[in-house]
Design a protein around this ligand. Sequence first.
Ligand code: SF4
Length: 332
Amino acid sequence: MDELFAILDVTGEVQAKQAEVITSIAVMRVMLQGDLPQIDIGPHCSDPYECSFCGHCWQHIPENSVFDFSDHGRPDSFALYQQGILKMEDVQVERLKWRQKLQLDGLLHQKNHVDVPAVQDFLDSLWYPLCFMDFETTYMTPVPLFDGTHPYQQVPFQFSLHILEKPGSELRHHEFLAPSGSNPQISFLQSLLAVVPKVACILAWNQVFEKSRLHELAETFPDYRQEVYALTENIRDLMSPFRSKYIYHWQFDGSYSIKAVLPALVPELSYKGLAVNNGEMAANTWQQMRYENDEGRIAELRLQLLEYCHLDTLAMVRILEKMREMVGGFNQ
Ligand code: SF4
């Protein structure tokens, strides 16, 4: 504890500020007796933090508004709002960049877009064995959860890995889930390195996340540094063709998150109905297991975590199959 906190006596400073507090409370009481201030919505609603009154002040903003334009090149939403333009569909198409035109075209006409040569180039850059990898991590806590980790570090405690050895081969699955409560880092790393083929092409969704976690582990366990860096060299990002808008489906709603892409491209697979269905829930569930004494409940939570992470990598397998169908190279 001494390494994390410095204990200082600030009684004098606090006492010196007490008079200020009394004055501030008096000012606030007067303010509360007055009329509601007429302040329109603006960037101040989310900068530096999301205001808790957004639900009230933003009620007049319709669904699919100018604030829903996403990605690089999106128009200045507040400038449009100040001109009285609230709905996406009321923006003149000529004022939009190509990414936002795709989004608007998708919204108004359910139009999809596939840049076949660009998708083909991406597919051509992959090789076998082909792995689909996903990590779950602890949430970012100011006080580190484990010795040797730093504030706000996201420590991986779970992975799912699907492997295709060669075209048409049977899909293999490996997974790891550390017991909650103890530092999972070394067992996570050793378990992963034991199952990823050395020369595999590894697909992740938003590769920077998995790469960063692996580089942190490499710095913590230098004996594995070379092996880990060799592995991260082979990671490719399955999200990139979607972020680059090589593929855009109107149901993405401007997003390229796997949670938006999967239901549009592979509706037969779904996160709906899973007890754990996002990364934050996974982090919370793993922490919850730490405080459970009931073995049955712990087994149930473990299963929920395993189901969620398994779906994340299976989703990538199926999305890649869909991409191959789009360019006519299915299962090559
Ligand atoms: S949401 Fe908050 S910051 Fe924005 S106008 Fe309302 S009170 Fe002000």
